[in-house]
Design a protein around this ligand. Structure first.
Ligand code: FAD
Length: 377
């Protein structure tokens, strides 16, 4: 795909900041599960925090192709930072699309400047893929809503200044759900549990408990009853980001595999001279190229304001599967070294798996794709 000069600039800025500000620290951050809060100021200096925020609210309005390129470059170095930035950007886009002028003025300049990070809270212990089953409630009380319930695995929950959180305001099902912009420092909101996880250790994931937490009625994002569709609107955009994250992991696997296969000797040859290894690398490169095209296709449609939900699901399904499969192959190519922390491929292997799970599992993506072909199943 032919990139515009602006898109190339954003990609190069993201690659540069990843190389200088993330690469030297990522192994330690991963090992020690550090959320590098100060890094987001540097990402802001590179203009990456407001990629999906209009210029009049302090963003760069760079668009989805530029955003996908930036997420891919950052994920090539650290998938944890990439998901934080992706979720943050998806909430920026949701506020821009669904918010009132006052909400946009309150949040978008702060989010675009990196002063504030945004999180997302839909999932509950009994409602993941079947998100319409959420039970947390928002009860109207005068000019406020009172929030009660638990949200599980909220990205950036401990560090976010604002979380787009879904609560039940009406009856059962999707139509009874509303979205709110909640500051997690609101009295009655607390971090209940920090999630220990397989990978993406530089991202923050936690459970948030809401007990009699009062927010002003103007925290409602969109109308009452529109929260489920608002969450799906956000997630559809977010899937472009996760597909780009998976593509970045895949790119990192390819770089590491080519380097190792060109240097490691066995039976008097570099291992890259064996078909058993070189064919793995050939397939990795081909899937990387295909994943990129699918991501660009979805992002280009979004930039053109064309329907892109199907393309986003296809991109996420393909790129996340490819990342998981080839991260395993990258470990295999590295042999025993691949299983140790001496080489980064064990991290890519751990990080790749989550791309098949969050923002709609691979099964959910297949439901979306199949429905678009066959109608409601
Ligand atoms: C690190 C991490 C970060 C996360 N960040 C966030 C976040 O910021 N905000 C947030 O709200 N959530 C977040 N999540 C939650 C994530 O989006 C959910 O885990 C995901 O949507 C799947 O839900 P579940 O875990 O409840 O699995 P379930 O929905 O219980 O699914 C279990 C299995 O059943 C399959 N399945 C379910 N329904 C069907 C079906 N109809 N057909 C076929 N198969 C089906 C699923 O694909 C899966 O394989 C995060 C999770 C993790 C692990």
């Amino acid at each position: 795909m032919q990139l515009t000069p602006e898109q190339r600039t954003i990609r190069d800025l993201a690659a540069d900041v990843a190389r200088k500000e993330i690469a030297p620290h990522v192994a330690a951050w991963d090992r020690e599960h550090v959320f590098p809060r100060a890094l987001y100021t540097k990402l802001n200096d590179a203009g990456l925090m407001g990629m999906l925020v209009p210029e009049r609210h302090g963003g760069s309005a760079a668009g989805y192709v530029a955003y996908a390129l930036a997420i891919e470059e950052i994920s090539r170095v650290d998938a944890g930072t990439a998901v934080t930035l992706s979720v943050h950007s998806m909430i920026c886009a949701a506020i821009d699309k669904l918010g009132t002028e006052a909400q946009k003025e309150t949040w978008l300049p702060r989010l675009a400047s990196g002063d504030a990070i945004a999180g997302f809270a839909l999932t509950e212990s009994d409602a993941g893929s079947d998100a319409a089953r959420i039970r947390a409630t928002a009860t109207r009380d005068g000019d406020a809503y009172v929030l009660d319930g638990r949200k599980q695995w909220c990205s950036s929950g401990r560090f976010a200044a604002v979380v787009m959180a879904m609560f039940r305001t009406g009856g059962a099902g999707a139509g009874g759900i509303s979205a709110f912009l909640v500051d997690p420092s609101t009295p009655g909101v607390r971090v209940e549990r920090v999630t220990e996880k397989l990978g993406v250790h530089t991202s923050d994931t936690c459970d948030l408990a809401f007990e009699d937490a009062r927010v002003n009625a103007d925290a409602l994002l969109g109308n009452e009853g529109m929260g489920f569709s608002g969450a799906m609107t956000a997630l559809t955009r977010g899937r472009i980001g996760i597909a780009a994250q998976a593509t970045g992991i895949l790119g990192a696997c390819l770089d590491a595999s080519v380097k190792f296969a060109s240097e490691r000797q066995a039976f008097g040859k570099t291992i890259g001279a064996f078909e058993g290894i070189s064919f793995k690398i050939a397939r990795m490169a081909t899937d990387l190229a295909a994943a990129r095209l699918l991501v660009y296709e979805a992002a280009s449609l979004a930039d053109a304001s064309e329907p892109f939900a199907l393309a986003a699901s296809e991109a996420k399904l393909f790129a996340s599967t490819a990342a998981r499969v080839h991260a395993s192959e990258a470990v295999q190519i590295h042999g025993g070294y691949g299983y140790t922390t001496e080489f980064p491929v064990e991290r890519y292997y751990r990080d790749a798996k989550i791309t098949e799970i969050y923002e709609g599992t691979s099964e959910v993506q297949q439901i979306i794709i199949a429905r678009s072909l066959l109608g409601k199943l």
